[in-house]
Design a protein around this ligand. Structure first.
Ligand code: SF4
Length: 338
């Protein structure tokens, strides 16, 4: 890997945001069918021929590290459905970034963690976010169209036993769906030594049925939790999406991600790579930069670096969800990744 001195510089956009976090979607496929993400029949999958190979993923991560990326989060669809997922982690974790190894984390639905958690840790995975929207089997079935809550709970236990830390639990708060479980979910996290993260529902569903009225705002989540727990805000958030709070004096923390009601785009340090090789400078980007064409067109490392810089240079100040003309991206969440 060799990027010229002229291009081996941080990924800074027009607003001075320095990008250090690369989110890579390993696949758009998933073994759940969450109602807020995709229809029961799924969505047309990305063409297999366009899915980035393990070598291509490693090459892009190496070049990105030369441009100041210090952490990679592997997402999906469901990243652990990729047969080479452990090898991808191993290759990423041996990349030198900044003053140490590239930090590798993952967002997963947890179903394959019982089988893979130990191997993933041995390969270099450090921490994991597991989706957990409910603790009720009937509701899990209704939400994901799969009867697999026990497997997710086993996955969380396997992640903890393998030494992944922190293990964060992500729940999308939905009115009249699971918003009566906010306290139970936080208690579960407390009892298992996990960190709870509540996420405002975002307009990224394949069905384009997101409703601002039905969305549970972060403020309301905090009010409800505050009726039961003592929440103390933790300062020094930096570019992190979540505002975090100590629960009852700690050590458990709870985070709230207010993408819609209190956007944090001003400090965003994230850039995304889709499984089919498209660069997205924002979760809600409506344009993409075709890295696949550069990789498969014989592009040099400098060509890849130049496209990364160009992509970031075109980044908008924010997601625009609260702007009158906001349009949801065409690409569904399952093909963008968390
Ligand atoms: S919405 Fe876009 S700009 Fe805002 S924090 Fe997320 S990725 Fe960054």
């Amino acid at each position: 890997m060799s990027v010229s001195a002229e291009l081996a510089r941080p990924l800074v956009d027009r607003y001075g945001r320095v990008h250090r976090d690369l989110r890579i979607s390993l696949t758009d496929k998933c073994n759940l069918r969450c109602t807020y993400c995709m229809p029961a029949e799924g969505v047309p999958w990305l063409s297999k021929d366009n899915i980035l190979t393990t070598d291509e993923l490693e090459r892009v991560a190496q070049i990105a590290a030369a441009l100041g990326i210090v952490e990679v989060r592997l997402t999906g669809g469901e990243p652990l459905l990729r047969r080479d997922a452990v090898d991808v982690v191993r290759r990423m974790a041996r990349i030198v970034a900044g003053d140490g190894p590239l930090e590798v984390s993952m967002t997963t639905n947890g179903l394959r963690l019982p089988a893979l958690a130990e191997e993933l840790v041995a390969a270099g995975l450090t921490r994991v976010n597991v989706s957990l929207d409910t603790l009720r089997p009937d509701r899990f079935l209704a939400l994901t169209r799969r009867n697999r809550l026990d497997d997710v709970l086993d996955g969380i236990r396997a992640a903890l036993a393998a030494g992944l830390a922190p293990v964060k639990l992500n729940a999308v708060a939905m009115r009249d769906v699971n918003d009566d479980e906010l306290v139970d979910l936080l208690r579960f996290a407390q009892d298992h030594g996990c960190e709870m993260r509540f996420i405002e529902q975002m307009p990224l569903d394949a069905g384009h049925v997101w409703s601002r009225v039905k969305m549970v705002r972060g403020e309301e989540i905090l009010d409800r939790l505050g009726e039961v727990f003592t929440l103390t805000e933790i300062s020094g958030r930096g570019a992190a999406p979540a505002e975090t709070f100590l629960v009852d004096g700690g050590p458990t923390t709870v985070g709230v991600i207010r993408s819609v009601s209190l956007p944090f785009c001003g400090a965003c340090d994230r850039v995304r790579l889709t499984a089919d090789g498209q660069l997205r400078n924002c979760l809600f980007a409506r344009e993409e930069s075709d890295l696949l064409a550069v990789l498969r067109g014989g592009g040099s490392d400098d060509d890849v670096a130049r496209l990364l810089h160009t992509c970031i240079a075109g980044k908008l100040p924010g997601h625009g969800i609260n702007d009158p003309g906001f349009l949801q991206p065409d690409r569904p969440m399952s093909a963008i990744g968390g």
